[in-house]
Design a protein around this ligand. Structure first.
Ligand code: F6R
Length: 618
């Protein structure tokens, strides 16, 4: 089995799917198949561009690939060279205009892109000054205009493509075609791109499943690679044009399984995607030189008229809100957290000096939307932290902070939780400066640990003992998760994940609460899973010991040399980082524990009974 996580999905960008075809047969059918196969990477809009005798023909639509399929006039789309794209928005809502492929004004250049062009605003400004006009809100549209600009300046097509690529900052997998040529140009930096080779030509794609019906011979491109693909051959070069050696390999995947790669379930894949989704969430948002965070749309001073913060959210997003609120309260920002479905019935006072932060990965949760509208009616400023550009929450809110986790297919939220929590830590820094005039107390350590956080998560994934422990403790009567401070929302989230996918009874508690009632339930058949973040760990350990004394097996989630390991019956290790991030590493261990327990019980992990990904009723 090929290691998808370490090659195809590691490196930035899970969002959007690219497909390209250069061959001796009509491209459109394989492009549409490719888009359908890539929908797990994004599904808010889709499009294709085909090189036919009359130039480049583009068709694109908001919505799923089926919408595009219905709109296609296959008769006008005959041609052997083409590109396609299925999108998960990061810049601009999912409209027809923002869908890919994007072209320059003359439609001589068409481009599909996956990733984030960080310097797109300045590139757009200089292109505008040179007379280019833009029709979308996307960062991608600058690329065809740049290529056109270099063609106008007299460069040959390949040189124009390379020059445009050199201008880009950020992460990208880019595939471009020029009118009148039977060639595709592609480049990779930080976003995956793979070449497929069959008897009749070549594919370019974000991921192998795109073309697995046609070929299993692939070449994985590396960062900095540029390829020029013609029907009869492909050149692999670096950005400067020097030839490089890239060897094909054969993947052994079943097409049915392919969207999940080497994993049996999307949930497991998404847990393993966290190093990538977190890198993506953090990209361009840490400013080490300025000892600050850089949140687009939220420069310093954005929140100076705010006096208090209220979180509203449901389920896992509520736990992320609780996590953010602890960080904010610790920074001296008056913050409360409310279940969105309870917010209106026991609404705390809110006015124009109140920032209400609605945390919702889908942006469509009816309870959260209703609470947002209520908060707005009170005059509060409403900010949503979401994964879905153009979702209802982004339209109801005054401000939007995107978590950039990429699509999450498994019903149980995993990678979106970690990205939500990390974004809230960054927001805590901005609010702390604006409301108190001071940065977070341990900002330096936090910035340093955030920088290497994706690697720390990777270490947890590589070294976890979650499967063995899940098997060892399978079939117990109940599972109790405990934590204190930042460990408390992690305990709640650990229990929610466990119960929702295993159907076994699990509860999360503030560790200090055990002795106020729940201890009566503790027996040798109720493992206690204790989360240690480095905040008041001695108290958590005392509480855990009280349960252990009553016979409960104790599983400690903590660093290797932690005092808890000396008494615990089992240990799930995490790297030693600041408390703000230790809880999130512990959460990855708990996600894995739940996953392996549910797998052992053969549950419907990606679609647990009675649950839906997006809850649009109150
Ligand atoms: C649990 C889970 C749910 C959601 C909740 C809110 O794994 O996914 O608890 O967190 O339904 O959904 P969003 O974040 O879309 O508002």
């Amino acid at each position: 089995m090929y290691a998808l996580a370490s090659r195809a999905t590691r490196g930035v960008s899970l969002m959007c799917g690219i497909i390209g075809r250069v061959g001796r047969d009509d491209a459109i059918e394989s492009l549409v198949t490719g888009l359908e196969n890539l929908e797990y990477r994004g599904y808010d809009s889709a499009g294709v561009a085909i090189q036919n005798g009359a130039g480049i023909k583009v068709e694109k639509r908001s919505g799923k690939v089926t919408e595009l399929k219905h709109a296609l006039d296959y008769g006008s789309l005959d041609g052997e060279v083409g590109i396609g794209h299925t999108r998960w928005s990061t810049h601009g809502p999912p409209t027809d205009e923002n869908a890919h492929p994007h072209t320059d004004s003359t439609r001589d250049v068409a481009v599909v892109h996956n990733g984030i062009i960080e310097n797109y605003a300045s590139l757009k400004e200089s292109l505008r000054a040179a007379g280019h006009t833009f029709t979308s809100d996307t960062d991608t549209e600058v690329i065809p205009h740049l290529i056109q600009q270099y063609l106008d300046e007299g460069l040959e097509p390949e040189a124009a493509f390379r020059a445009a690529i050199e201008d880009l900052e950020g992460s990208y997998a880019v595939t471009a075609m020029l009118a009148g040529e039977h060639v595709l140009y592609a480049a990779r930096q930080g976003s995956p791109l793979v070449v497929g080779l069959d008897e009749d030509g070549f594919f370019l794609a974000s991921d192998v499943p795109a073309f697995l019906e046609y070929t299993d011979d692939v070449v994985y491109l590396e960062d900095g690679d540029v390829v020029v693909v013609r029907p009869d051959g492909i050149e692999f070069t670096d950005l400067a044009g020097n030839a490089i050696d890239r060897r094909p390999e054969t993947v052994e995947w079943d097409p049915e399984q392919a969207g999940k790669g080497e994993f049996d379930h999307f949930m497991h894949k998404e847990i393993h995607e966290q190093p990538t989704s977190l890198a993506q969430a953090l990209e361009g948002r840490l400013d080490h030189d300025a000892h600050d965070v850089t949140l687009e749309h939220f420069p310093p001073g954005t929140f100076t008229d705010i006096e208090r913060v209220q979180f509203i959210a449901c389920g896992t997003s509520y736990h992320a809100g609780l996590y953010g609120s602890i960080a904010m309260n610790n920074a001296g920002i008056p913050t409360t957290t409310h279940l969105a479905n309870e917010y209106e019935v026991s609404a705390p006072p809110a006015d124009e000096h109140t920032l209400v932060i609605a945390v919702t990965q889908s942006g469509e949760t009816a309870d959260t939307l209703s609470a947002m509208r209520h908060a707005r009616d009170q005059g509060a400023r409403v900010l949503t932290v979401t994964n879905v550009v153009g979702s209802t929450a982004t339209r109801v809110a005054d401000d939007v902070l995107l978590i950039r986790a990429g699509p999450e297919i498994g019903v149980a939220a995993t990678k979106t939780f970690s990205s939500q929590a990390v974004m809230l830590l960054l927001l805590a820094q901005r609010l702390s400066q604006d409301l108190t005039g001071a940065s977070l107390a341990n900002l330096e350590a936090l910035l340093a640990d955030l920088q290497s956080f994706p690697d720390a998560v990777e270490r947890v994934l590589e070294t976890t003992d979650g499967r063995r422990l899940a098997t060892q403790y399978l079939g117990c009567q109940s599972y109790f998760f405990i934590g204190r401070g930042l460990g408390f929302p992690v305990a709640l989230e650990g229990a929610l994940k466990f119960k929702e996918i295993t159907y076994e009874h699990a509860e999360g508690f503030a560790s200090g609460e055990l002795k106020h009632g729940p201890l009566a339930l503790v027996t040798p058949d109720t493992p206690v899973i204790a989360v240690f973040t480095g905040q008041e760990d001695t108290k958590v350990l005392n509480n855990a010991e009280e349960a252990q004394t009553r016979g409960a097996p104790l599983i400690a989630v903590c660093p290797e040399d932690h005092q808890a390991t000396t008494i615990a019956d089992a240990h799930l290790p995490i790297p030693d980082v600041t408390p703000e991030l230790a809880g999130l590493l512990a959460n990855v261990q708990l996600q894995l524990l739940s996953y392996h327990a549910a797998a052992g019980l053969e549950r419907a992990i990606d679609k647990p009974r009675n649950l839906a990904k997006s809850v649009t009723v109150q």
